[in-house]
Design a protein around this ligand. Structure first.
Ligand code: ADP
Ligand code: ADP
Length: 229
């Protein structure tokens, strides 16, 4: 687990005459093990912020700390983060086990270690009885859990969620949300979760960052953010 510290983070896309500033100086201290939701309207800069934490987007100004390290110039693979995306692209021809194991194989993690990590993730996600199936033989909810399993086996310090519930039907959205909550209770991994949905923010967050037009407007508990007099 690790804290995340955003110190006056800015982002400008393009340069010179084409420069478009989109994040104007965000300061936030996210605690070890905390579940923080970034909420705000479309275009306010939520996913830019998340992608900067992930290392998928260059940081224009400021300092980003994950745990004790300044990670501004660290490549994504070295940041101890795992992302859970909206579109869980599973490999259709591979078993559930191989889908979860794939990244670890590429990273040359020893076989027994891979087996142990996948088994542990499968137990947490209640996928142990499905490891030999292919994605086609799974329900939507089970596929979502495999996608989370892939993130878990990396043993990250931080989970980053980019609107993972947005494209799901109502039933699956609730199921997946409960799954994410359970995961957080059991593993307690520091999590940053982006959504445009206030209800999602309220139900999931320990604290909420409210973004608007590239600025952090509020940072507080759901009660503080949604019950201001
Ligand atoms: P959100 O996730 O809140 O919808 P984004 O972070 O995707 O917002 O976008 C924030 C702003 O940055 C928007 O105005 C968007 O048009 C702009 N933007 C996003 N990506 C790029 C890019 N690659 N080049 C230029 N502008 C971009
Ligand atoms: P693939 O080969 O399918 O892209 P790998 O696990 O080999 O998957 O990862 C390739 C690169 O992408 C590595 O640098 C890895 O750290 C990064 N990566 C893969 N999955 C994730 C994830 N869920 N979150 C963050 N980074 C990831």
């Amino acid at each position: 687990m690790a804290s995340i510290s955003l110190k006056n983070i800015t982002k400008t896309y393009g340069s010179g005459k084409g420069a478009v500033p989109v994040i104007h100086g965000v300061n936030a201290e996210i605690r070890d093990g905390e579940f923080v939701v970034i909420v705000g309207p479309s275009g306010c800069g939520k996913s830019t912020l998340l992608r900067m934490v992930a290392g998928l987007e260059e940081i224009t100004g400021g300092e980003l700390h994950i745990g004790p390290r300044v990670v501004n110039n660290l490549e994504p693979a070295k940041r101890d983060i795992a992302m859970v995306f909206q579109n869980y692209a599973l490999y259709p021809h591979m078993s559930v086990f191989d889908n979860m194991a794939y990244g670890l194989k590429i990273a040359k993690v020893p076989k027994e270690e891979i087996r142990a990590r996948v088994d542990k993730a499968a137990t947490i996600l209640e996928l142990s009885h499905l490891l030999e199936r292919t994605p086609r033989q799974l329900s939507g909810g089970q596929r979502q859990r495999v996608a989370m399993g892939r993130a878990i086996v990396r043993q990250p310090q931080v989970f980053l969620f980019d609107e993972p519930l947005s494209n799901l039907d109502a039933k699956l959205r609730v199921q997946t949300r409960l799954e994410i909550q359970k995961l957080h209770r059991e593993l307690g991994i520091t999590s940053l979760f982006v959504t445009h949905d206030q209800v999602e923010a309220m139900t999931l967050a320990e604290r909420i960052i409210v973004m608007n037009a590239g600025n952090m407007e509020q940072f507080g508990t759901p009660e503080e953010v949604y019950h201001t007099p």
